[in-house]
Design a protein around this ligand. Sequence first.
Ligand code: NDP
Ligand code: HSE
Length: 452
Amino acid sequence: MKPIQVGLLGIGTVGSGTFSVLQRNQEEIRRRAGRGIEIAMVADLDMTRAKQVVGDAAKVVGDAREIIANPDIDVVVELIGGYGIAKALVLEAIAAGKHVVTANKALLAVHGTEIFQAAAEKGVIVAYEAAVAGGIPIIKALREGLTANSIQWVAGIINGTTNFILSEMRDKGLDFDVVLKEAQALGYAEADPTFDIEGVDAAHKATLMSAIAFGIPVQFDKAYVEGITKLSGADIRYAEQLGYRIKLLGITKRADKGIELRVHPSLVPAKRLIANVEGAMNAVVVHGDAVGTTLYYGKGAGSEPTASAVIADLVDIARLHGADLAHSVPPLAFQSNTLGAAGKELPVLPMAEVVTSYYLRIRVADEAGVLAKITGILAHADISIDAMLQREADEVGGEGSNPEGTQGIPQTDLIILTHDTREGDMDQALAEIQALPTVLAPITRIRKEELN
Ligand code: NDP
Ligand code: HSE
């Protein structure tokens, strides 16, 4: 059979990995796919660099639309990134009857409904294994391997850059900015690294997993997003003392009234496997009613790990190209005509409705009666305390000590772990505690996930 003809849009980190893995393993891939997969054309703004990567093996152009206009191209692989030109090119490729493979989670989390709809109307595939957790085949696992299950929750370390930063800060005591630069040099970070460190990239991925796990539309605008930029070394150390690690988790969970969809730093018990996932590695835990808990682990970013997922999609397409797609696996796992109704029955819950437990660090004046007032407010809000620590400010390096106007006042950190409570109730209690004159600095609140 004639090799399937591929046009690559963007040959940066992931594009160059895709090119070289396809070249290196072409014979094995051909035997698996049942036909060859040939990158015939490559478009990149930097044509000189692109030519250095592909040599004479593919035609290099500067204008991606030349690829879309070429009737010989069967599949367009979008590896440019972002919501701008990438969206236009993906929609144009679909309109031209090409299958699309993309690693662009930002694009699908925000415009997925429009893109999948356009693909369905045109009878082409949009495949995106690389968009979530890089080389880990989590889309396939959720969409196909776990299809018998009513999924209860999914929680993952799904951003390599932030996990790398947290690991290096904890293990080597390195500064945030130094480690971020290293992550950028290693090709892990997004073009705009604020997407990584502010949790947006993880929220894009959690949004996609939420849609696939629960059969609801992609709804990035409903996700709660909090990154790692406000985490302090003190909290990382206190968490360790309490038997926890702090990880940036993407969480989506079936709750009584709807679906939780949130990304934020979380305390995870140090004994959990996922708490020990270090560096740029990713891990996703999925809990299904039939299978129980399953764990998926691997490289979540980087050139060849991500290429591995891109090529897996190409193999799927090579097998299906020319077949009747009516019976193929739906892009979001559930039949598309069921998504709207499910979205209404299972709304994404506002953060105030989320139920979880908490780590609180409260910098207080070290005087009699302070603790009683705080525990009184928590008790009044029906928030039950699980554990408590008191540490002198300078035991943790004095971070956050002596805020303006409090110089000379003896101060201490109260660290409180709570049992599960509604976030809205916690918000109210924290506002009351913050208003106490003996509370000397903004309260730190980190959510805690037992994942059991
Ligand atoms: P890069 O920035 O390394 O590569 C993007 C390439 O696209 C660059 O070579 C860029 O050229 C080129 N480009 C930009 N605009 C155009 C255009 N209009 N036409 C043709 N080429 C263009 O990004 P990555 O490879 O890291 O990421 C690609 C996608 O994969 C993104 O969606 C990203 O989120 C996703 N992804 C990345 C992972 C990773 O580990 N890096 C992992 C998983 C997903 P120039 O440099 O000259 O601007
Ligand atoms: N910037 C992303 C990360 C790339 O660090 O995980 C993989 O999606």
